[in-house]
Design a protein around this ligand. Sequence first.
Ligand code: AMP
Length: 210
Amino acid sequence: MNLLIIGVQGSGKGTQGKLLAKKLNIPHISTGDLCRGTDEKTKLGKKVREYMDKGELVPIELMTELLKKRLEEDDTKKGIVLEGYPRFIDQAKLLEGFLTLDYVLFIKISDKEALMRISGRKVCKKCGAIYNIYTSPKPKDPDICDKCKSKLYQRKDENVEAVKKRISIFHSETLPLIEYYRNKGILIEVNGEKPIEKVHEEILKKVKIR
Ligand code: AMP
């Protein structure tokens, strides 16, 4: 089964995608992770980062090539949980040429919630802990990891300006995809403002997975 998860940055699509992939025993493929996973010492990695760090989309040919390459790997045969692609109609049409989607899950949250969740996110590069200085888990000191006392960092593309820009790109370019997939009869909508477990349950119920 091939599933696509759509949601604004911070909607929890990564978390839900991973939970769902685990449940279905198929890989979770995030194009954001594919971009971040490129080697930053290579020409390709440098080019990808130029766009990512400004909160901009990577050019369509480059992004499609990265995804197609990942889909050629053996573990994708039983299906995948895809996240991050397509971001707009042209990518959706391109995707149809190399992958058939069974369901599209739209995880809905407000822009205000998205901004708070993302611009407050801090990570510890040493032990990998993730915090949120506005929501939870809140670190005792906004700059120091509770667990290993190392310095906390904000991802380069998660500052307020970059996040606002991405929310606005989501509205203009990605939201039309919702109608596109609704018209194809494969769209499922879930409320992403509930706790992680509840959202997961709602997804399983709506996709009819036990
Ligand atoms: P994400 O983790 O999904 O928020 O993606 C992080 C970054 O990766 C984006 O800001 C883009 O620069 C790049 N990216 C991910 N998916 C796509 C896509 N479908 N098209 C173009 N760029 C993408």
